[in-house]
Design a protein around this ligand. Structure first.
Ligand SMILES: [Zn+2]
Length: 350
């Protein structure tokens, strides 16, 4: 190939082939070595060698079906071999390899996960996210007592806010300010002595979506919840962050919007289309319609707010405010549902 001075090093080539095989199995579910060789564009002996290494590492497991008629349909049935024995491979779904920690504004959830992606969103451990780093670590220690270190390869933490993933640092977290001064990776390493990686929560969500639907390789994931954020996936890879602010489109200023935002600025998109923003708009619209103000609560019991309207919003006719808040809510719900995760702002009143 032009521009490459030397042939690819065997180690890097092997790693590339390993990645390819793992990506293919994410998509195919189960496959024979021959199918993998064909799909990856490598020779059968090379495919045999790569899969043998991955089997030894515990990334793959074999799945043998004597009659060749079952099991190959995992995610698309790529490897059926009717009438003769089939020896198939799949990502290991048995042994816990990664510790996933979701550090949410309200709850912290922990699960030990295998290489294969589970279809269900199951978290074995959960506790309320406290207000200090010390209390959070104490919560993790309680969880650690129930999770064996044995066989685990690393810890992945998803965190809210503006995150410098390269430096394992939370720069700004409007709802959990203690994260900004806490050395999270070190704290977790003190509980589980394993490699630790921080991922911004929306980017982690995009990775999850990519893993659960690997055929969609190019998308923008928009998340509407407590806050508003986005992440870009291109060619099946999370778009690297040129700056830690990448994807923070919730803080784009909206002309005419005078609502104060948790980030310290005024008029951010998030103040209109986050759950709180939508509730505020709904409350304002409801307050202006005599006789039509039943109490509405979201799923987590947050009451619709009726205060805090801004000057620009207040000057708008009531019917227009209601229409706008409905449209904004629908957009949020549709975008969330399209993104394939369960965190969309629900239309509990429509
Ligand atoms: Zn903002």
């Amino acid at each position: 190939m032009l521009g490459i001075k030397t042939a690819a090093l065997p180690a890097s080539l092997r790693r590339t082939n390993q990645r390819t095989v793992i990506s293919l199995l994410l998509r195919m579910g189960c496959a024979s070595r021959a199918d993998l060789a064909k799909a990856a564009g490598i020779s059968q002996p090379t495919a045999g060698k790569i899969t043998a290494e991955l089997l030894e590492m515990g990334v793959l497991q074999s799945a043998e079906f004597p009659d060749g008629n079952e099991g190959a349909s995992g995610h698309g049935g790529a490897s059926r071999r009717l009438g003769r024995p089939g020896q198939l491979l799949r990502l290991d779904a048995e042994r816990p390899r990664f510790l996933a920690i979701e550090l949410g504004v309200m709850q912290t959830r922990v699960a030990a996960l295998p290489v294969a992606i589970r279809s269900a969103d199951e978290w074995a451990h959960e506790f309320s996210t406290p207000a200090t780093a010390e209390a959070w670590v104490a919560g993790l220690r309680e969880v650690a007592a129930a999770i064996s270190h044995r066989g685990l390869w690393g810890v992945l933490i998803s965190v809210p806010g503006i995150v410098d993933e390269a430096k394992d640092r939370v720069i700004f977290s409007p709802n959990l300010h203690w994260l900004e001064s806490a050395p999270l990776a070190q704290l977790v390493k003190g509980v589980w002595d394993l490699p630790v990686a921080l991922v911004q929560e929306i980017r982690a969500l995009a990775l999850g979506h990519l893993a659960s639907e690997p055929v969609r390789e190019d998308f923008f994931l928009a998340d509407f919840g407590q806050g508003v954020g986005g992440a870009v996936v291109i060619d099946g890879q999370l778009y690297p962050q040129p700056t830690p602010l990448s994807g923070e489109f919730g803080h784009t200023p909206v002309p005419g919007n005078l609502r104060p935002c948790g980030c310290g600025a005024t008029g951010c998109l998030e103040t209109l289309v986050s759950r709180r923003g939508l509730l505020q708009s709904f409350g304002v619209a409801q307050g202006r319609r005599p006789g039509a103000a039943p109490e509405h609560r979201s799923r987590d019991g947050e009451q619709a707010e009726t205060t805090g309207q801004t000057e620009g919003w207040a000057q708008m006719p009531a019917w227009k405010r209601l229409l706008r808040s409905r449209r904004a809510t629908r957009r949020g719900a549709v975008a969330g549902r399209d993104a394939g995760h369960g965190r969309q702002s629900h239309l509990w009143w429509a």
